[in-house]
Write a protein that binds this ligand. Structure first.
Ligand SMILES: [Zn+2]
Length: 97
């Protein structure tokens, strides 16, 4: 018998494509280390690492790392509890399958 309680990761493609297509400058993130919540624009970004490193303005915990290569990118959000992204209210909310 097949376990039908989950779907494969392909179902994430549409919702994540929608999420990453919006303007993230208004997104809000919460620092995993100290709990400070604030706009992405408030992070301190250090561009001289092998990529971009964004730190919490309150405790300097690394909240985001973004490394870009010619054919791919790596996004590491381990230092953030969440990233809240404003979505256009006039678009239909995609329902899970
Ligand atoms: Zn912090």
């Amino acid at each position: 018998m097949t376990d039908m309680s989950y779907l494969d990761g392909n179902v994430l493609d549409g919702p994540l494509r929608e999420l990453f297509a919006v303007d993230l400058s208004a997104a809000t993130g919460r620092c995993e280390s100290c709990g400070t919540t604030g706009p992405m624009a408030g992070m301190r970004v250090y561009p001289h690492a092998p990529g971009l490193v964004a730190r919490c303005p309150a405790c300097t915990n690394v909240m985001l790392r973004l490394v870009r290569a010619p054919d791919r990118a790596w996004l590491d959000l381990r230092g953030a509890t969440f990233l809240q992204v404003p979505m256009p209210a006039d678009q239909p909310y995609p329902r899970p399958l």
